[in-house]
Design a protein around this ligand. Structure first.
Ligand SMILES: Cc1ncc(COP(=O)(O)O)c(C=O)c1O
Length: 409
């Protein structure tokens, strides 16, 4: 069953912050790529944890046992979201960036000077900084090229990955341009080179169903605050792989996967919210198992977002003086559209839209590298609008009218 406009209207009632208004007009939240709003069930799960069971783990009294059970259930729920067969593959952390840094130190211990890591010019800084840091240990970082149309150059990726490559760290979808990348190609090339594959699915996970088993990846990272949950980072590791690595950790902590890479006490209340967020998504799907419901919901919501994203993309680029960047919507693409308005700094456009309650991001939002490569940083970056399940056609029409009014000035 497709996710329809009526479903969108229905889902909006679940997100209390969508009722906020500015000067009598509702706020329009196009800032989803930097973090979505959260539904009531997530808010209730977080507050219910604090109301009933705020405790640390691994004790011998009721509330600590409840916390252990909650964390276990959250891992199982997230495993279903990722398509992982084993909850032991699911580690949690503060966010994707800190988990990637932790993992980078562990992987560096398995590498020697002269070993190579391949990234791409479409990476968010979180999938660059941790690897570039390893250059001080003599590890070489190579970058596969971005083409002017906002797509990766697959031939260049194939050239960069060689027998010296130990890791390919690859973005599944760009938070700057909306490009969806060919993870299967990255897997094939990294496999041929005998290298690990790490997928940054932070932007992708908000818009498409994930299947770590089909992707056959070694690591995958995402962040629950991009898909209607609280600020929690998620790391998938292939079963057995984390045990073979030596991440920084305390001798007092649990030494097995998935705990082995988790630093200090987790945010238990937020984890209650992560479970509720995945269950919220699943509630829009059909099927026997939670996994089937998650995949069906993500597919249908994805179709809705794609159509609305395409509508915005096609109309906004027809406004005189406006350019839309990144691939068109003829193929798989995230519903995240970045524009520039001739003669106007992105910050000015975003401020003017913000004054009308149209909430968009300007600049580079840490997805800096592709914008540098495309020469878009010289004028302050881009203006980015992201579509998620609760955005409506009416909101997009308001945004188009807002952009048109600014471009005409
Ligand atoms: C593609 C991508 N990768 C990584 C990150 C970093 O995620 P986190 O904020 O969880 O560290 C983001 C956040 O915007 C992102 O969009």
């Amino acid at each position: 069953m497709p996710f329809t406009n009526a479903d969108c209207a229905r889902c909006r009632r679940d997100f209390p912050s969508l009722a906020r208004a500015l000067d009598g007009r509702p706020l329009a939240f196009f800032d989803g790529p930097a973090g979505t709003q959260v539904p009531n069930t997530v808010i209730e799960a977080v507050s219910n944890y604090y109301r009933t069971a705020n405790a640390n783990t691994h004790g011998l009294f009721p509330t600590t046992r409840e916390t252990d059970r909650l964390l276990q259930e959250t891992r199982e729920t997230v495993a279903a979201f990722l398509g992982a067969s084993d909850w032991r593959s699911v580690s949690f952390g503060q966010n994707m960036t800190t988990l990637t840094y932790s993992l980078s130190y562990a992987l560096a211990r398995e590498m020697k000077s002269g070993d190579e890591i391949v990234i791409t010019q479409l990476e968010h800084e979180a999938n660059r900084g941790p690897w570039l840091n390893l250059q001080e240990r003599g590890i070489v970082v190579r970058e596969a090229a971005l083409r002017p149309d906002g797509r990766l150059d697959g031939d260049d990726l194939a050239r960069q990955i060689t027998g010296r490559t130990r890791l390919v760290a690859f973005n599944m979808a760009s938070n700057s341009l909306g490009t969806v990348n060919d993870a299967a190609l990255a897997r094939r090339l990294s496999r041929e080179a005998g290298a690990w594959l790490l997928l940054d699915a932070v932007h992708y996970a908000a818009h498409f169903p994930l299947d770590v088993t089909a992707l056959d990846t070694d690591f995958l990272l995402c962040s629950a605050y991009k898909f209607y949950g609280p600020h929690v980072g998620i790391l998938y590791s292939r079963p057995g792989l984390l045990e073979a690595l030596n991440p920084d950790r305390l001798r007092t902590q649990d030494q097995e996967a998935p705990y082995r890479i988790e630093m200090g006490t987790l945010n238990h209340a937020a984890l209650a919210g992560v479970k509720a967020a995945v269950e919220y998504i699943a509630s829009w799907g059909a099927g026997e198992s939670p996994r089937e419901r998650i995949v069906s919901a993500m597919r249908e919501i994805s179709g809705y977002e794609h159509e609305l994203g395409a509508y915005y993309y096609d109309h906004v680029r027809s406004i005189p003086g406006v350019a839309a960047h990144g691939p068109d919507f003829s193929g798989l693409r995230a519903p995240t559209v970045s524009i520039t308005v001739e003669g106007l700094p992105p910050a000015e456009v975003a401020r003017a839209l913000g004054e009308k309650g149209l909430q968009v991001w300007d600049g580079h939002f840490y997805g800096l590298r592709p914008l540098e490569v495309l020469g878009l940083m010289e004028n302050g970056g881009v203006v980015r609008a992201g579509i998620v399940m609760y955005n409506t056609r009416e909101e997009v029409d308001r945004l188009l009218a807002g952009v048109e009014a600014i471009a005409r000035r």
